[in-house]
Design a protein around this ligand. Structure first.
Ligand code: GLN
Length: 451
């Protein structure tokens, strides 16, 4: 006779195998069933015991292929766990598999994956968002309970918003990046995606905390239990509504749903007022310059020798390096490596990279100023609901523009949570709540009012 966990995890794999969503690149069925049986026997325990958890494919998992959605990492099986993977396993989670993503987390739709597009469970002709599209869709499509994504410029919150689930981008440094394959390391954080704020808070409790293996990690989370703050309510809080986040291109249904959300908070005892973050208009350009510069440097390690794809024979290392990268990287990755290399080259460095860093400081100051006046900022996560597959693939700039409301948050390093607040037709809409550095407890209690 099979036990309760074995049975429920077997059902999850059944559903995944029949699914049209394409949320996973690699399944971990054998090991998952073993863990489930061990939970049934009481041999494995913890805060996530027996829960089906999915992990984005740029987070390393010992013994399970980790591709970052790229051909260049085909066959790369890491010999170690990322710190977040280790923490999730330690709490007894059942790792279902590795989720699909835009190649090296570059994108907002998961259309840039070598392993095919991930479809939105609410409408299979639409994108699930990106770059953590598989992580968002697997949660929304009941193909796991909680997932881990990474957010460099919106990649946890965008799929959360498009798939009608909850996503948290923690304060920079709160969660260890050890074992997370780097895209733009000064911007990114690992974050939970879940169907409820309480599940997301639980996962944050598990993954947040100081890790000596990541020099940018801080100890702030070691003093806090996020799930303790769920029920604190919003009475007496002041919500700031940044006018720049309600700009051109905002879909009217999104605008209405977000305002309805703000009014709900108001009815529950929070005040609200309009505020301005005047440098928001420069965020998109600054973000893409910084992200591409960091990417061009980080991706140099994929040289055809150390990781993954290794085909053919060449005269020397230089030709191996060029050939494997030409074969292994997709178009968007090549575009960004070239633009990043250009922006960092002598003579252009000051004009582009340095200037973008100065803009970043101004954006940070906008937030510092706003949080002297308000407790939480509320805005649309994405300006529109999920778009159709193929709609933006020919136009990289229109894809980049989808991130206008998420990427300033990564430039400033502050935390943000996306929570479902309504629908446009049958497509879900996300409300974004942004807090000051380490204000996750405040965001969680505010978001919980929508549960
Ligand atoms: N869409 C943004 C980009 O392509 C953000 C991606 C992310 O957060 N990883 O850079």
């Amino acid at each position: 006779m099979s036990g309760q966990y074995e049975e429920s995890i077997a059902k999850v794999f059944d559903r995944i195998k029949k699914s049209k969503i394409n949320a996973y690149i690699t399944l971990n069925e054998h090991e998952a069933m073993e863990t489930a049986r061990a939970v049934d026997k009481g041999e494995v325990t913890g805060r996530l015991a027996g829960m089906p958890v999915a992990i984005k494919d740029c987070i390393t998992t010992k013994g399970i292929q980790t591709t970052c959605g790229s051909k260049i990492l085909t066959g790369y099986v890491p010999p170690f766990d990322a710190e977040v993977t280790a923490r999730v396993k330690k709490e007894g989670a059942v790792i279902i598999g590795k989720t699909n993503m835009d190649e090296f987390a570059m994108g907002s739709s998961t259309e840039n994956s070598y392993y095919g597009v991930t479809r939105n469970p609410w409408d299979l002709n639409r994108v699930a968002g990106g770059s953590s599209g598989g992580s968002g869709a697997s949660v929304a499509g009941l193909e796991c309970r909680i997932s881990l994504g990474t957010d460099t410029g919106g990649s946890v919150r965008c799929p959360a918003s498009y798939c009608g689930v909850v996503g948290i981008k923690p304060t920079y440094g709160l969660v260890s990046r050890y074992g997370v394959v780097e895209y733009a390391n000064s911007l990114e954080q690992v974050g939970p995606i879940a169907r409820s704020v309480s599940d997301a808070a639980l996962m944050l409790d598990v993954i947040a905390g100081h890790d000596p293996k990541d020099s940018t990690s801080v100890g702030e989370a070691d003093k806090v239990t996020y799930t303790d703050h769920l029920n604190e309510g919003v009475k007496g809080l002041t919500i700031g509504v940044p006018e720049e986040y309600f700009g051109e291109g905002l879909n009217p249904s999104v605008e209405k749903a977000v305002w309805d959300g703000i009014m709900t908070l108001n009815k529950l005892g929070a005040d609200y007022k309009k505020v301005s973050l005047p440098h928001t208009k420069y965020a998109l350009s600054a973000y893409y310059i910084i992200a591409m510069c960091e990417a061009s440097s980080n991706l140099a390690r994929f040289d055809g020798l150390r990781y993954g794809l290794r085909t053919g024979k060449d005269e020397n290392w230089h030709s191996t390096f060029s050939r494997i990268r030409a074969e292994g990287f997709g178009q968007e990755v090549k575009r960004r490596v070239m633009l990043g290399t250009y922006a960092l080259s002598e003579g252009y460095y000051g004009k582009y990279y340095l200037k973008a860093l100065k803009v970043r400081t101004l954006i940070k100051r906008d937030f510092e100023k706003a949080f002297k006046d308000v407790d939480v900022l509320a805005a649309p996560t994405m300006p529109t609901p999920a778009f159709k597959i193929g709609e933006k693939t020919e136009e990289p700039l229109s894809m980049y523009m989808a991130d206008v409301n998420t990427l300033p948050i990564n430039l400033a390093g502050v935390p943000s949570i996306s929570v479902p607040c309504g629908f446009a037709g049958r497509l879900p809409i996300g409300l974004q709540l942004i807090g000051d550095l380490f204000a996750e407890p405040l965001l969680i209690r505010t978001a919980y009012t929508f549960e």
